[in-house]
Design a protein around this ligand. Sequence first.
Ligand SMILES: [Fe+2]
Length: 270
Amino acid sequence: MTEPLSFLHLTDPHLVPPGQRLYGLDPAERLRAAVADIVARHGPDGPAPAAFALLTGDLAHHGSAESYALLREILAPLPMPVHLLLGNHDDRAAFRAAFPRVPADRHGFVQSAFATPVGRFLLLDTHEPGTAAGALCARRLAWLAERLAEANDAPVFLALHHPPARSGIAGMDRIPLRDAEALWEVLAPHRARIRHMFHGHLHRPFAGSWRGIPFSSLRGTSHQVALDLAERTKVPGSHEPPAYALVRASAEEVAVHMHDFLDATARFHL
Ligand SMILES: [Fe+2]
């Protein structure tokens, strides 16, 4: 058995400019609480050090420069690299102006690759202006195909805001990853070495497999989407507790722990 690599998955902070609230909550306050919890638990000297964090999109609710500046400030105390992805609520130009060092592909999409001891991570940009659905156009998919080809037989982990799998929540299934079929055409020849896909967008714990590829999504750091399959028109919101995930990946396994970082219930020994 190989030693697992630990890393974190956070998603959908939906920051709004300082002083504003969203759905009755303060997204900045909640993201600060997540960061404080991570610093205490997952720093290099903490009980469970994490190598990096993925933040899978909807960073800013209205994609404003003020919100991205706030994001930069809130994430600053994190002791590990944070890989930022875009979601439908983001604004690519405002994001890139606020985070000029975040890598992008040659067309300006916020897509990048990085190596880890357990495999190569490929981060995709599904943001498409003017729609809440996700897109992977020919240029973005060509980038993915190139990265998959150059990785030879190395294991691959994918991260993208919009999951290709349908949830059954009608309001979310109306804003899906539009290009799921085209994504599959690119992934299919490499299916056996794709270890896991990490998503945002759903604002709920949502895991399974899509055409044999395991995936997981989780609650956002602020507001949530309710498990309401009867609501056919609107997106059902909820104030279920926010979470981040601790992932432990080795050559043999990928284990995803959902952690409710505001939970203050009793701790005891069983
Ligand atoms: Fe979101």
